[in-house]
Design a protein around this ligand. Structure first.
Ligand code: SAH
Length: 196
């Protein structure tokens, strides 16, 4: 499969911040994603008290679901507006602190301690900062990453997961010559070569 002209496309962090400012966030699902409900058992695999990672999290409501089930949720998002909207829309009190290892980054944590959202670029993270995860919910993340950054993104994600982890990935399938993305079309063959 050919991804056509999407290969060269770059969406800058500034453009993402603008989307949030303009309320141009059609990707946000108020009701949560039906595929997480459908495959929840695959993610949890009978385990409780997991550490679950949300790359490029936006204000995904699934973070609240999983935290309410007793898991510990970590997300990363460049838009501070998105992070603050997440906490305010769920009426969750939070505190805010700098991340010593990442200049300019902030970590927003629910007062109850089970939801921590890093406001920085995902490429600033490493397992020495955020630890490793038992589960990943990747929706609007791999498909939102610039095509030229996919390899770097996948290598980082592989580094952030424990050996016995579950990784749920949502992609979209369409003719990449008819829409410029994001979401970008990521062919199955590329997912195989990125994640093995
Ligand atoms: N996963 C969320 C949001 C999808 S849209 C959901 O399902 O609703 C992609 C999000 O990634 C946007 O909120 C954008 O601001 C954020 N983003 C884009 N590039 C990023 C980067 N390099 N690091 C962290 N967040 C990023």
């Amino acid at each position: 499969s050919d991804i056509g002209s999407q290969k060269e496309r770059v969406v800058t962090e500034e453009e993402w911040l603008q989307k949030w400012e303009m309320g141009n966030i059609g990707f946000h699902k108020e009701q949560g994603h039906p595929l997480l409900q459908k495959y929840l058992d695959v993610l949890l695999n009978g385990r409780s008290g997991l550490r679950i990672f949300f790359p490029l999290c936006g204000k995904a409501v699934e973070m609240k679901w999983l935290a309410d089930m007793g898991h510990s949720v970590v997300g990363v998002e460049v838009s501070e507006q998105a992070v603050k909207e997440f906490f305010s829309e769920h009426s969750l009190p939070y505190c805010e602190e700098p991340v010593p290892e990442i200049p300019g980054a902030k970590m927003f944590q629910s007062t109850s301690g089970n939801i921590s959202l890093y406001c920085c670029s995902i490429y600033d993270l490493s397992s020495s900062i955020v630890g490793k995860f038992d589960g990943v919910w990747d929706r609007g993340a791999l498909v939102a990453v610039n095509p030229c950054d996919r390899q770097r993104y996948a290598s980082l994600m592989i580094n952030l997961v424990e050996k016995n982890s579950s990784y749920l990935l949502v992609t979209v399938s369409y003719d990449p010559n008819k829409h410029k993305g994001p979401p970008f079309y990521v062919p199955e063959s590329e997912i195989q070569s990125l994640f093995g």
